[in-house]
Design a protein around this ligand. Structure first.
Ligand SMILES: C[S@@+](CC[C@H](N)C(=O)[O-])C[C@H]1O[C@@H](n2cnc3c(N)ncnc32)[C@H](O)[C@@H]1O
Length: 259
C-alpha cells in the first residue's frame, strides 16, 4: 500500500514512542516479542522458494480486471492492473509475512483465516505454519485465479466472493479460529465489521493481526477502537500491522514496538 501524508506522520509518531525490548513489563509480552525477534533472525534462509514465487509475479505482465472492494490503492488508480504492479504495491513484504507466520505459529494454528488473498503470497507463507486449514478470502476473480497458479499448497482453501458474504458461513462451519489476518477492505467500516464477525469465534489462544493500521485516519480509528475491546489482553503496534492477543487473566497492556 502507498504511503499518504497521514501515514508518514503516523510513522514518525511510531518511531518516537516505540519501546525497548527490556522496558516491556508484562512477562508474556516480553516472551512473545523476544520470540518474534528470534524467529525472524532464524528465518533468513527459510521459505526462499516463496520469494521465487514473488519474483515470478514481479515479472508477470498479465493485465487483470480488478473489482475494487477496498479503500482503493494510493498507487494504482484504474481497475485494469498489471499483475507485477499489484504484487509490488499491494502485498506484504517478506519481513511482515514472516511476522504473520510467527504469530500464527504460537497459536494452535488448526483454523486460520486470511481476509484479502490478493496474488496469494502471504497465504503461502502462512500455510507453512498452519497445522489444519487455511481459508484465504478474495473478492476479485482475477486475483482469486492468479493466487492459485504455480502449485498452491494443499492446505489453502481459496474462497471467492465479498468477505461480508463468504465469511459468516466459513466461520459457522469451522467453530473456533486460531489465527486471523485482516488485510482486505482498508476502511473503518470494513475492518470493524470483520472484527465483529470474527469475535465470537476467538478463544483465549487466538491471535488476530490487522494490516495497515496507520494507513489512513479511518484505519487508525478502527485500530484504536478494536484494541480497546475488553477481551483483548495484549495489543502490539508494529506500525505496518497490529497484533491482538486474547489470553485471559492478565492485565491489559498496549505496546508500540519496533520490528
Ligand atoms: C492488501 S491486499 C492483500 C494482500 C495479501 N494479504 C498479501 O500480502 O499477500 C487486499 C486484498 O483484499 C481484497 N478485498 C478487499 N476488500 C474485499 C472484500 N470486501 N471482499 C473480498 N476481497 C476484498 C482486494 O481485492 C485485495 O486483493
Amino acid at each position: 500500500m502507498g504511503l499518504s501524508f497521514y501515514a508518514v506522520k503516523a510513522f514518525l509518531k511510531h518511531w518516537l514512542v516505540n519501546e525497548e525490548r527490556h522496558s516491556i513489563q508484562s512477562p508474556l509480552a516480553f516472551e512473545i516479542y523476544n520470540g518474534l525477534l528470534n524467529y525472524s533472525k532464524n528465518a533468513v534462509d527459510k521459505d526462499l522458494d516463496l520469494e521465487e514465487f514473488r519474483h515470478l509475479l514481479l515479472k508477470d505482465d498479465q493485465v487483470l480486471e480488478i473489482e475494487d472492494f477496498g479503500a482503493g490503492s494510493k498507487k494504482l488508480k484504474t481497475n485494469t492492473r498489471i499483475a507485477s504492479d499489484i504484487t509490488k504495491f499491494s502485498t506484504s513484504t517478506r519481513k511482515f509475512s514472516q511476522l504473520y507466520q510467527y504469530f500464527c505459529s504460537i497459536t494452535p494454528a488448526e483454523k486460520v483465516l486470511e481476509l484479502g488473498t490478493c496474488v496469494g503470497i502471504n497465504a503461502r507463507y502462512l500455510s507453512r505454519e498452519v497445522k489444519g486449514d487455511l481459508y484465504s478470502f478474495e473478492g476479485a476473480e482475477a486475483l482469486f485465479q492468479k493466487a492459485q497458479e504455480n502449485n498452491p499448497p494443499k492446505n489453502i482453501h481459496y474462497v471467492l466472493g465479498q468477505i461480508q458474504d463468504t465469511l459468516p458461513s466459513i466461520l459457522s462451519e469451522n467453530g473456533q479460529v486460531d489465527f486471523v489476518l485482516i488485510d482486505a477492505t482498508h476502511t473503518y467500516k470494513g475492518t470493524k465489521a470483520y472484527f465483529e464477525l470474527i469475535l465470537p469465534y476467538l478463544g483465549a489462544t487466538s491471535i488476530v493481526a490487522i494490516a495497515d493500521i496507520h494507513w489512513s485516519r479511518e484505519m487508525n480509528k478502527a485500530w484504536e477502537e478494536i484494541k480497546s475491546h475488553p477481551n483483548i489482553s495484549i495489543s502490539m503496534d508494529f506500525y505496518e500491522c497490529g497484533i491482538l492477543i486474547f489470553k485471559k487473566g492478565i492485565a491489559k497492556n498496549h505496546y508500540v514496538l519496533h520490528y
